[in-house]
Design a protein around this ligand. Structure first.
Ligand code: HEM
Length: 501
């Protein structure tokens, strides 16, 4: 009987290997079938039949290079639409303005499976089915309707005091730095100020990161980095060398979730007890959710939505900080006429008003031009449920389309001398770029925090230009670090001096 058992085991193993072989063969045939559908679309040669272009992505990520520079190169070679394969997934890089308009402006094209992956990060609940990640239009709209009033221009006007106040804290920090003739990484300071602002205006919390240390900035960076690896490298978790980093990412996610949940819980309790609560974004959202008649059975769902929303707006600060750092870098490279406008509009006064912001027209152009060359949120993607034609090429449905303002912003066909920093491209009389400039995405799923971010950026930049001269410490690179969002690799090391008025 022992012999019989061994024979049975061998048969079972052989059968299992056979099944695996058949499944593998079936999967290969499936890949072949998919590739045949898309082979007529131009694109770079794949590294292997099975993994497609995965090896190229690994090479770029391992060398700490920027994936978007490769996409610019591909767009130049292969034109308005090119294909990339990863296993059986097909991703099209689209830089055709008409298709960008048609797809991004419509609610017919849901966000693709990339966003589904972000609901969890390495098994830890992360963005859930929240505002950024929701793929179903109805589910997304339900949330957006509740969040929208907190970002209306009427409401944002009321935030000018907080913007001024937190930016003043940055100015006193810079005064100390200028007095001591020290050098400073502007990116770090910008990160502190944008986080201070959101903590205050959204959650009524004083973090004062310029004077207190906090695990927050590091946790945000770790989450974003984790997001990039998790989304781009399907095999990342399998490599034991990555396990300690993965644990760090899980820990960072937990910290963001726990903090968000705590802030929400405290606020709801205070509101429930009829206490006076700050008139901030959180109160506003809880109030508008109340008006939506949220009943008990979806209250848990709504709590989750709020937590995901918290994480998402906390992450949103990083893109603003990076924009401010890139902007400082460009202005330090080319001392700029923008200073004259700042002097004319705000002179020596401390409090910048909402109306002043409207008069800082050239500064708006500078900020827009910064996001053209350095779109800190470099892309978005959509699923194509049905066949369509892009730039005269028939595209079978069932693939993903990737849209990147980094790519279009750096193509000569859309912007002459694309690497030259020239704010006059956005002069009020200049022709508007046609669906090739979209740092905040476009259409229904565009950035909720766009106006918030640009008001805040203007207040900080205007004060900085009003009071300080800043020059770049020589010898640093102008490279871009891709950690999901884009940031200056050097951290923008500056020496800061008081201005002679
Ligand atoms: C310079 C700064 C910013 C840039 C460049 C930026 C860019 C973007 C982009 C490209 C998207 C679309 C994402 C996608 O399709 O995957 C987005 C969505 C979003 N952003 Fe921003 N963002 C910035 C600042 C902010 C800030 C400060 C907040 C919050 C206060 C914020 C909140 C959001 C939210 C909630 C969404 C999801 C919108 C939806 O799907 O309904 N963003 N942002």
């Amino acid at each position: 009987t022992k012999q019989l058992r061994v024979i049975c085991l061998i048969y079972a193993l052989v059968f299992l290997v056979f099944l695996l072989f058949v499944a593998f063969l079936g999967y290969c045939l499936y890949i072949k079938h998919i590739h045949m559908k898309y082979d007529h679309i131009p694109g770079p040669p794949r590294d292997s039949f099975f993994f497609g272009h995965t090896a190229t992505f690994w090479r770029i990520m391992n060398n700490d290079e920027n994936i978007y520079d490769k996409s610019v190169e591909w767009a130049k070679i292969y034109g308005p639409v090119y294909k990339i394969y990863i296993l059986h997934y097909v991703i099209l890089g689209v830089n055709c303005p008409e298709a960008t308009k048609e797809i991004l402006m419509s609610s017919k094209y849901p966000k693709d499976s990339f966003y589904k992956r972000l609901s969890n990060l390495f098994g830890q609940r992360f963005l859930g089915n929240g505002l950024v990640t929701a793929r179903d239009h109805k589910q997304w709209y339900k949330q957006r309707r509740i969040m929208d009033p907190a970002f209306s221009s009427l409401y944002l006007r009321g935030l000018m005091g907080a913007f001024n106040d937190r930016a003043e804290k940055l100015m006193s920090k810079l005064t100390d730095i200028a007095d001591s003739k020290a050098e400073t990484h502007m990116l770090n300071l910008m990160n502190c100020v944008t986080l201070d602002v959101i903590a205050k205006v959204a959650f009524g919390v004083d973090l004062d990161l310029l004077n207190n240390s906090s695990p927050f900035p590091k946790a945000i960076e770790t989450c974003l980095k984790g997001m990039t690896y998790y989304a781009r490298d399907f095999f990342f978790e399998l490599k034991p060398t990555n396990w300690s980093f993965i644990n760090e990412v899980r820990e960072a996610c937990r910290l963001l979730r726990k903090t968000g949940a705590k802030w929400i819980h405290e606020r709801k309790t205070a509101m429930g007890n009829g206490e006076d609560v700050p008139k901030d974004i959180l109160s506003q959202i809880i109030k508008s959710a109340g008006q939506e008649n949220i009943n008990n059975h979806i209250i848990i769902y709504f709590s989750n939505v709020l937590i995901h929303f918290c994480i998402c707006i906390i992450l949103g600060q990083e893109t603003t900080a990076n924009q401010l750092a890139f902007c400082t870098m460009e202005l330090a490279r080319h001392p700029h006429v923008v200073r004259q406008e700042v002097d004319d509009v705000i002179g020596m006064k401390q409090d910048i008003s909402y109306d002043d912001l409207g008069r800082l027209i050239y500064l708006s152009q500078v900020l827009k031009e910064t996001l053209r060359i350095y779109p800190t949120a470099p892309g978005t993607s959509r699923e194509l449920p049905e066949d369509m034609v892009i730039a005269g090429i028939h595209i079978p449905g069932g693939c993903s389309c990737f849209f990147s303002p980094y790519v279009t912003g750096r193509l000569e066909k859309f912007f002459k001398d694309p690497l030259t920093f020239d704010p006059d491209r956005f002069h009020p009389d200049a022709p508007k770029p046609y669906y090739c400039y979209y740092p905040f995405a476009l259409g229904p799923r565009s950035c909720l925090g766009q106006n918030f971010a640009q008001m805040e950026a203007k207040v900080v930049m205007a004060k900085l230009l009003q009071r300080f001269d800043f020059t770049l410490v020589p010898g640093q690179s102008f490279d871009i670090l891709d950690t999901g969002t884009l940031r200056p690799k050097s951290g923008v090391l500056c020496s800061v001096r008081h201005r002679n008025h």
